[in-house]
Design a protein around this ligand. Sequence first.
Ligand code: ADP
Ligand code: MG
Length: 263
Amino acid sequence: MALALHGITARFGGLVALDDVSMRVEPGRIVGVIGPNGAGKTTLFNVVCGFVTPSSGSLTLDGAPLRPRPHRLTAHGIARTLQGVGLFDGLTVLENVMAGASHTARAGFVPALLGLPRSDRDERRLRELAMRCLTEVGAAEHAAAAPATLPYAVRKRVALARALAARPRLLLLDEPAGGLGAEEVEELGQLIRSLPRQSGGECAVVLVEHHMDLVMAVCDEIVVLDFGRVVAAGTPDEVRDNPAVAEAYLGADVSTVDAEAPA
Ligand SMILES: Nc1ncnc2c1ncn2[C@@H]1O[C@H](COP(=O)(O)OP(=O)(O)O)[C@@H](O)[C@H]1O
Ligand SMILES: [Mg+2]
């Protein structure tokens, strides 16, 4: 599914968190959004999810105007993972993932949780879907576990499975590698690369991440934000070689740093 941002500006009081940001995410593509702390990455996700209303600009989804509402996201075909983990501790791993898919069941998962009458067929279908998603992320063996008992890296995989259970056509990942070790980051990279293919090549992924190696390894395109502005965009190679990127991360260009270095 193609997502486009057209000249999005978002303010918090006097602070301009996003400044005239335009970008496109084509179906089946993995687009990275990088930039230093405070650059506006999470705000960009919040705009796409409807948590933050831009002061100007617009969004389109497959060319049609998108006015996102957080509670309607899955109906738009959009799913996100949160910075951190955000699983329900009172539910098993499998139930957490089922909750991600609940909009697809007619009777609904919430009535089921409350012990209200529901269709057994819906419930069985949900369970099967949730197990498939856990298998996709390599966490099927933990289906019956309580999330709190699992290592952090596994919980992050479960959170990803929950997002996949919504069968999204646009998946937003906010710092999925946060808190992971080097080997876990590499496995996560392979998993993210496989996501568009698993969904028939149609699912687009937007990856917000600090972890530069991961972004460079998995993304087809990268957008670099600094102080809410797009300072560079292109393939990983183009972005790596762009002086504006080093500048954004260092806060000054290299020659300035050299000039100010004590002799
Ligand atoms: N809800 C909010 N209220 C006020 N300021 C915010 C809010 N969310 C983010 N900001 C500010 O907007 C800027 C961008 O933040 P954020 O999008 O979280 O950056 P990033 O995710 O790139 O680290 C920061 O200066 C941050 O302090
Ligand atoms: Mg952030």
